[in-house]
Design a protein around this ligand. Structure first.
Ligand code: AMP
Ligand code: ZN
Length: 137
C-alpha cells in the first residue's frame, strides 16, 4: 500500500535490519532503540491490524513470531520473550500495517515490557456481566 512505511520496507524501498524473511512475512529490528533486541514481525500482505486480518495472514505472522522467538532463546542467550501488539489508535497503534513486537528477555534484565495497569474501575464481575450481555445480544 502506498505511503505505508512497512510496505516500503517489505519492497526494499527503504532499508531495514532484516532478521528473518519468508514468502509471507518479514522480521526486522525496531529502530526505536528503546530496549535491546526489539524486533517487529509483519505480514508481506498489507493488513491494518489483527482486527482487519484474515486468519491465514495471522497464522503466517504468528508462525514467524514463534520461529524468531525460539531463535532468540535457543541461539542468542535470551530465556523468554514478551509479545506485544497494538490494534487501533486508542490501543497505541502508530503504524497501521499489522506488526507484532518481540521483546527478548532474560532473568534480572530489569526491563518491564508488560504494561503496568492502574487497577480496574468497575470490578471484574460487573465488567464480565456487561461483556456477556453485549456479546450475547
Ligand atoms: P506501534 O506503536 O505498536 O504501532 O509500533 C510501531 C513501531 O514501529 C514503533 O516501535 C517504531 O519504533 C517502529 N518503526 C517505525 N518506523 C520504523 C522503521 N522504519 N524501521 C523499524 N521500525 C520502525
Ligand atoms: Zn503496509
Amino acid at each position: 500500500m502506498e505511503n505505508c512505511i512497512f510496505c516500503k520496507i517489505i519492497k526494499n524501498d527503504i532499508p531495514s535490519m532484516k532478521v528473518y524473511e519468508d514468502e509471507f512475512t518479514l522480521a526486522f529490528m525496531d529502530i526505536a532503540n528503546d530496549v535491546d533486541g526489539h524486533i517487529l514481525v509483519v505480514p508481506k500482505k498489507h493488513v491494518v491490524n489483527m482486527l482487519d486480518a484474515d486468519n491465514e495472514t495471522l497464522h503466517h505472522v504468528y508462525d514467524t513470531v514463534k520461529k524468531v522467538s525460539n531463535m532468540l532463546v535457543e541461539k542468542c542467550g535470551y530465556s523468554g520473550v514478551d509479545i506485544l501488539n497494538a490494534n487501533g489508535e486508542d490501543a497505541g497503534q502508530t503504524v497501521f500495517h499489522l506488526h507484532v513486537h518481540i521483546i527478548p528477555k532474560f532473568k534480572g534484565d530489569g526491563i518491564t515490557a508488560w504494561p503496568k495497569f492502574n487497577g480496574g474501575k468497575n470490578g471484574v464481575e460487573s465488567t464480565y456481566k456487561k461483556i456477556l450481555e453485549e456479546i450475547n445480544k
